[in-house]
Write a protein that binds this ligand. Structure first.
Ligand code: CA
Length: 230
């Protein structure tokens, strides 16, 4: 499902992991290492394909695919605890280059910014205030929705928070499940491909455009006259 490019934009809804922060490689490596301790050979690419899914769902799917059996409740808990423990040992993820500037340009053009993330990590949510001047009321997190991505609920909730309609809003995503969620909500979706996935994987999931950098997204919006400076 693809959406039409808006004539004007009131709001841009940003995903967080892999869009604002280069945190996906941390998630990928800690998934691989956590599974390894349980003798399960989890391919790193799976972390990117499952991005946006819950930890439980990722573990159950992996064990089903790799070992052709159901995961036990204890396994699910243990592997997820180990993954979380390994994440806490890593340094904070870096900001994706150019994202602060892109957000500043959008705000200068009067565009409302809302963050739509499945994350439930308070530390990361606090960082949004410091790094991107995003207030708590402008964040849709994993705590605010019943259905996570790829369900449209997160982005529909984002539209409400932004007080904008789908045809005057753009989503910036990096993950197939995120692009699916946004396009199911009827919103024009630009993917920033910061990971190892093929462009086609994001297009097939519903992304309307795929770029490599924040700078390219800014150029596109300017070329289309969507960022008009006041
Ligand atoms: Ca993401």
């Amino acid at each position: 499902m693809s959406a039409k490019l808006p004539q004007k934009i009131n709001a841009v809804l940003f995903d967080m992991d892999g869009v604002l922060y280069d945190s996906m490689k941390h998630h990928a490596i800690t998934w691989v290492d956590a599974f390894k301790q349980y003798n399960i050979d989890f391919p790193e690419k799976e972390a990117y394909l499952n991005e946006g899914s819950t930890g439980d769902a990722t573990i159950k799917k992996a064990i089903k695919q790799i070992e052709n059996r159901e995961a036990t409740t204890k396994e699910v808990e243990d592997i997820y605890d180990e993954k979380t423990r390994l994440m806490h040992q890593l340094p904070p993820a870096e900001i994706i280059p150019g994202m602060q500037e892109l957000m500043q340009e959008l705000r200068a053009a009067g565009v409302k910014i809302v963050i739509v993330t499945g994350s439930r990590q308070p530390v990361l949510l606090d960082r949004l205030k410091n790094d991107f001047q995003v207030e708590k009321e402008d964040i849709v997190s994993g705590w605010d929705v019943t259905h996570g991505k790829p369900h449209p609920e997160p982005y529909l909730t984002g539209l409400k928070k932004a007080n904008s309609s789908a045809d005057e809003t753009i989503v910036i995503e990096n993950a197939p499940l995120g692009a699916k969620s946004a396009s199911a909500a009827g919103i024009y979706t630009i993917a920033i491909n910061t990971g190892p996935l093929k462009k086609e994987t994001l297009i097939n999931a519903g992304a309307d455009k795929v770029y490599k950098t924040a700078g390219e997204i800014g150029e596109f919006l300017k070329k289309k006259g969507l960022i008009q400076f006041k």
